[in-house]
Design a protein around this ligand. Structure first.
Ligand SMILES: [Zn+2]
Ligand SMILES: [Zn+2]
Length: 405
């Protein structure tokens, strides 16, 4: 069924609509379908009898119960197919094993009980294993006309992909832009770098901001969520066609963690790029038009730059200062001085402490919750002589209980 759908897609370019009536749109099937959908969007309707497809990467118009669907038709149009001998001649019968098709039920039944069909089934039994249509997809495509001059937004996780030691930070933007141009993308590029910016060396901050890179100050535990929020805000003003580049190991390798951002990209139908410091062991969830290893992306430019310098000394980055934003207090600063001042001000320090203690208390409650669940399962800890003497030092005899359900 899946293979037929892939074939049909090849013969019928969008716009078009596909309806799948099956309980098996899940797991590998829906993953493959979602990836196919990322590249080429068809309207998608799903119908199921028992098991609803809950894969939220898939963008569909309707996901409804099969029986309900049939009921809705009742009393409306006259029945199309009459069961029994007389059949509408429009329907085709296919035997997928022998590549045989016919329009008559009688012929089809004869075929299925024929020696030839039995032989074919015995020699090449029907494939039961799921065949991925997208697993071997190459990852580098030239720009399509609608994306060639469209905006490109870059979300850069500086924790995962830091600036290599001894590397001139001013070259980050030109390197990224050059890599885009090589593939035919020449639209305006905006870059936001996410990290605990107190840890970023000042010369990097200055160099990057002089090339128009924006900074977002985050802390590790809100790092990813702030990135997603920012991206969502960006989408409001920048509908597709546009490209989004994500520089992050987390999005490249962790399927569960990257699901949220991949879903958003899927929904908005953006063209995607990915860069990572380590090549992921599995195919990333995101369907990309190009992928790079972070260091090779930067090094590419270094070689080119060397050549370019020989040709023209005038090659300079146009200075447009990037913005500095504290994503904890949601405070925007136009200069590095103002940003540094903010990061050391009382209000900001208070916010950081509040966040830190919140996270710590969350971890503590989670631990307590797990302990109490364990006690629910195996009973309270055995009371030993030592524990009776000093109950406060050992286990909590009756741990804090959380209401469940
Ligand atoms: Zn056959
Ligand atoms: Zn702040």
């Amino acid at each position: 069924m899946h293979r037929d759908m892939v074939e049909w897609r090849g013969q019928n370019p969008p716009p078009g609509t596909i309806m799948i009536i099956s309980d098996q749109v899940n797991g590998d099937f829906s993953w493959d379908l979602a990836r196919l959908q990322q590249r080429t969007r068809y309207g998608l309707f799903l119908a199921y009898s028992m098991k609803q497809c809950n894969d939220y990467l898939l963008v569909y118009f309707a996901n409804c119960r099969w029986e309900q669907l049939l009921e809705e038709e009742e009393g409306g149009a006259p029945p199309v197919v009459v069961a029994g001998g007389e059949l509408s001649s429009a329907a085709m019968f296919y035997c997928k094993s022998c590549n045989f098709n016919c329009q008559s039920l009688k012929k089809f039944k004869n075929h299925l009980s024929s020696y030839k069909h039995g032989m074919e089934d015995a020699i090449t039994p029907p494939v039961t294993k799921f065949l991925f249509a997208t697993k071997s997809w190459a990852r580098s495509y030239p720009a399509s006309p609608e994306h060639a001059t469209a905006k490109i937004h870059v979300l850069w996780d500086m924790n995962d992909c830091p600036i290599p030691e001894g590397y001139d930070a001013r070259q980050v933007r030109p390197s990224i832009e050059r890599a885009f141009k090589e593939r035919g993308y020449s639209g305006p590029v905006s870059i936001t770098a996410y990290a605990d910016q107190k840890e970023t060396p000042v010369h990097h901050l200055l160099a990057l901001s002089s090339s128009g890179v924006d900074f977002a100050h985050t802390l590790p535990w809100v790092h990813y969520s702030r990135m997603i929020t920012d991206f969502e805000i960006w989408t409001r003003d920048n509908p597709a066609p546009a490209s989004v580049m994500i520089i992050s190991d987390e999005v490249a390798s962790s399927k569960s963690r990257s699901k949220i951002i991949c879903l958003k990209l899927q929904k908005f139908n953006y063209n995607c790029f990915l860069a990572y410091s380590v090549r992921p062991s599995e195919t990333p969830l995101l369907v990309t038009s190009a992928e790079w290893l972070w260091e090779s992306l930067l090094a590419v430019s270094e070689i080119r730059r060397h050549i370019l310098h020989k040709c023209s000394e005038s090659e300079r980055v146009v200075a447009s200062t990037g913005m500095f934003c504290c994503k904890l207090c949601f405070c925007d600063c136009k200069s590095l001085d103002a940003f540094n001042k903010h990061l050391s001000c009382k209000l900001h320090t208070k916010e950081e402490h509040r966040m830190l203690s919140h996270t710590q208390s969350f971890r503590r409650s989670l631990r307590q919750f797990k302990i109490s669940k364990y006690h629910d399962r195996v009973g309270c800890p055995p009371k030993t002589k030592r524990m009776r003497k000093a109950p406060r030092k050992g286990f909590l005899p009756r741990p804090l209980r959380f209401t469940r359900g």
